[in-house]
Design a protein around this ligand. Structure first.
Ligand code: ADP
Ligand code: MG
Length: 636
């Protein structure tokens, strides 16, 4: 058996594994296909990183989140582990260099966005590479039954066939039972093999508040529960308005959504992470990869699309294992809003075809061509050019994605990158302006390996070092790029769109039952589950949520609004009176301290306490401050 603990200590400096990490690592280490279900923050990354370190060869990591990809690569590099990222935000030359280096064994980890897996270049190179493990992060994205299906994930099966020796380790924090099965099928597991860490988090309390005035209710919650908070809303404008409203009430808040400039996004996120801002009001674009431990409340003002998504978002509260609350605000108009979302999410088929046709014209792709072409895609500009509604066009594209015609990545921000196209001698011979010379100098000093590998750079940092403006740095980099000295890809904010099939005549576009009707039905079902959760008043919230995620037979949590109401009711009718009478009888004899009362009555402590509190509140008994005993108040 490999010594995984030594590896953990040597590279990460940790002394021991968290629950289930070792079991998953050992399973993957034995080359068994493995599916690991662990809540966010449970420590999934180490479960593929550690076994890969124990073997020779490359670990291919498939992940849809490009922003996090770069973070992970940087993290590994810091630990002297060679790693690289490959995604659609990169130039083909850059990708080719990285893949060639991989063949020669230059890296231990290669992070790949799923749409890259399908390309000929990737497939040609990967068969020449020694691969020890394929790790699939956010593995639920492979399932059509899941809430976040990404067709590009199906390419993983193609890769498996090309390198059949490499086992798969699939990881996710949300999967319903049918998705758990589907993941293993779609990833061609040799045999079923699932490790599941309970999703229950004892410190997190779920609450639904029915409220006609949600903003007022929000203020009340934030006043009652101090500490950091995330407030989720459905649209960008609302995120701004609610943040403003909170500031007016003296609660420091900022808003966040995908449309903010990358610099602003980073700044807002940082102020919140440092607790300079108490509340972040955000769309669901916020949260992936955020690891702030001391979030006390996550409040949803609008209903989410699915309980899987709700569970993910709510789960960002209380990572420090201290008491935290997930609150959903609900009222009668929500049901109608949710129904409207269904028709927005599934526009008519004829509309979808219109969007597809317009897209080809927009990118000037002829019918029969365009295969594997990737474009930076500005949805707003596209909609403006053709008069589409933003929301419906977006969802039409998503359906075309499901059908396999295009791939639309949601990434908003890929950092700027630079690689040199010339060697040192050629660089020396190039006649440079003074500013170019200084900039090249700083580049070479600040980033290593620029002659062989592209590096993500920060124009701001370079500007600060050169005492220039960001714009001047940008211009100089562009000059050098035009001279073909470097390849410079400036930071982009737009998502990328790839033609995964050549442009079809719309007569031949197939939107089959499996991409439209079936998915519509499942979407409706998911939405209904959300409504059921919001309207439920008998089953414990936690029980209901976890049953939905496949964890049955859980005891009621005793803390959610449903449990508390049920307890009160139960207590109110019979038991309460019994306990009340017993306390009164006991105190008629003589004053008692609270421990004595509890012991004498011998019932549930909390219920006795509740009853004592009630009797104090109604003025039936009182505390004698001298003796610290409770006594009956004399009847007036
Ligand atoms: P997940 O992907 O499951 O959401 P991560 O892999 O990002 O979680 O891990 C979350 C955090 O927990 C990271 O900061 C990681 O370094 C830390 N962590 C993971 N395993 C251990 C461990 N065995 N000991 C200490 N810290 C750990
Ligand atoms: Mg993770």
């Amino acid at each position: 058996m490999e010594n995984y603990t030594d590896i953990l200590k040597k590279y990460w400096g940790y002394d021991s594994f968290r629950p289930l990490q070792r079991e998953i690592i050992e399973s993957a280490g034995l080359r068994r296909d493995t599916l690991a279900l662990m809540p966010t923050g449970g420590g999934k990354s180490l479960t593929f990183q550690v076994p890969a370190m124990a073997k020779s060869g490359l670990c291919v990591v498939v992940t849809p989140l490009i922003a996090l990809m770069n973070d992970q690569v940087e993290n590994l590099k810091k630990r002297e582990i060679p790693a690289v990222a490959i995604h659609s935000g990169m130039h083909n030359d850059q990708i080719l260099i990285a893949l060639d280096n991989a063949v020669y064994g230059a890296y231990k980890f290669m992070y790949v966005s799923p749409e890259r897996l399908g390309t000929e270049m990737f497939q040609k190179k990967i068969v020449q590479t020694e691969v020890c493990l394929i790790a699939v992060d956010e593995a639920h994205c492979i399932s059509q039954w899941g809430y976040d299906f990404r067709p590009a994930y199906l390419k993983i099966a193609e890769i498996r066939k090309l390198i059949p020796e490499a086992p798969v380790l699939a990881l996710t924090a949300t999967a319903t039972p049918e998705v758990v099965d589907d993941i293993q099928n779609k990833l061609l597991f040799k045999e079923k093999n699932v490790f599941r860490k309970s999703f229950a988090r004892p410190n997190l309390t779920y609450v639904v508040r029915v409220s006609e005035n949600k903003e007022e209710q929000l203020v009340k919650i934030l006043t009652n529960v101090p500490g950091t908070s995330v407030v989720y809303v459905r649209n960008r404008l609302k995120s701004k308005e609610i943040a403003e409203m909170l500031n007016e009430k003296g609660i420091r808040a900022e808003h966040f959504h995908a449309g903010l400039a990358p610099e602003l996004k980073n700044a807002v996120q940082k102020r919140w992470t440092n607790s300079e801002t108490r509340v972040i009001v955000a769309t669901n674009a916020f949260g992936m990869g955020i690891d702030k431990p001391d979030v006390r409340t996550v409040v949803h003002i609008d209903l989410p699309d699915s309980l899987e998504a709700y569970f993910q978002e709510a789960g960002r509260a209380g990572r420090d294992e201290q008491r935290a609350y997930a609150v959903l605000l609900y009222n009668n108009s929500d049901a109608a809003k949710l129904k409207k979302r269904i028709s927005d999410t599934f526009p008519e088929k004829s509309y979808i075809l219109k969007v597809y046709d317009a897209l080809g014209n927009y990118f000037e792709i002829g019918v029969g061509s365009g295969l594997d072409h990737t474009f930076a895609f500005d949805l707003a500009d596209f909609c403006k050019s053709y008069g589409f509604s933003h929301l419906q066009a977006y969802n039409a594209l998503k359906i075309l994605q499901q059908a396999g015609y295009i791939d639309l990545t949601d990434e908003q921000d890929s950092a700027s990158s630079v690689i040199f196209n010339v060697n040192k001698d050629e660089l020396y011979n190039f006649k440079q302006t003074e500013r170019q010379e200084k900039l090249i100098h700083v580049l070479l000093r600040s980033y290593t390996g620029l002659f062989t590998n592209p590096a993500y750079i920060s124009e701001e940092t370079i500007a600060a070092r050169l005492n220039l403006k960001r714009q001047e740095v940008y211009e100089t980099l562009t000059e050098l790029s035009k001279e073909k000295i470097i390849t410079y890809i400036p930071r982009r904010q737009t998502p990328f769109l790839t033609y995964t099939l050549e442009r079809h005549d719309i007569k031949h576009i197939l939107l089959g039952k499996n991409v439209y009707e079936d998915r519509l039905a499942r979407y409706q079902k998911r939405v209904e589950s959300v409504l059921e959760y919001a309207q439920e008043d008998k089953i414990c919230r936690l029980k209901l949520l976890l049953a939905y995620l496949g964890q049955k037979d859980l005891a009621p949590c005793g803390k959610c609004d449903v449990c508390i109401k049920n307890n009160e009711k139960a207590l109110a009718v019979s038991e309460f009176d019994v306990i009340k009478n017993e306390i009164e009888k006991l105190l008629t004899a003589e004053p008692q301290n609270i421990q004595n009362i509890i012991q004498n009555i011998g019932k549930n402590d909390r219920k006795v306490m509740e009853c004592v509190r009630f009797l104090i509140d109604i003025g039936r008994i009182e505390l004698d401050k001298m003796t610290m005993k409770l006594k009956l108040k004399k009847k007036q």
